[in-house]
Design a protein around this ligand. Sequence first.
Ligand SMILES: Cc1cc2nc3c(=O)[nH]c(=O)nc-3n(C[C@H](O)[C@H](O)[C@H](O)COP(=O)(O)O)c2cc1C
Length: 134
Amino acid sequence: MTALYEKVDAADRLLLVSPVYFYALSAQMKTFADRFQCRWSRRYLLHQRFRQGEDRRGCLLVTAATNGARLFEASELSARYIFDAMDIAQGASFLAPGLEGRGDAKARPDLLEKAKAFGGELAKNEFGQTPKQL
Ligand SMILES: Cc1cc2nc3c(=O)[nH]c(=O)nc-3n(C[C@H](O)[C@H](O)[C@H](O)COP(=O)(O)O)c2cc1C
């Protein structure tokens, strides 16, 4: 894990990317995140803040097959507290419903346009200035 801790600590932008599995982040993503309890301890037990005053942001990119009304709620809530433990501000999320199989996105020009805009903001370093309220 040390190599991953070093990468996350060094990051100015962190993207958590996962499919929705049973209305939540994938277990693989969750396993990665769960090892960051040491960073929660750094912040809340040792009271050590990390890289404060720097513009560090974490964004969530999630896809799902269906269009359920509460499809992304658990993932967004979980990401909020994962970024909090890492001491990274939460930026904008990119949430993509209705994607089941490979190539499905090609038939979704609306979604592709949104993805392009999100990527553009990411490249310009302007994304996520207003964290989404949950
Ligand atoms: C175990 C499992 C659970 C899933 N649960 C949901 C779900 O709750 N809601 C949904 O819209 N899609 C769900 N899906 C669909 C996935 O989000 C979608 O198919 C995704 O593209 C799968 O990515 P993968 O091929 O990397 O596993 C689930 C898929 C799997 C395999």
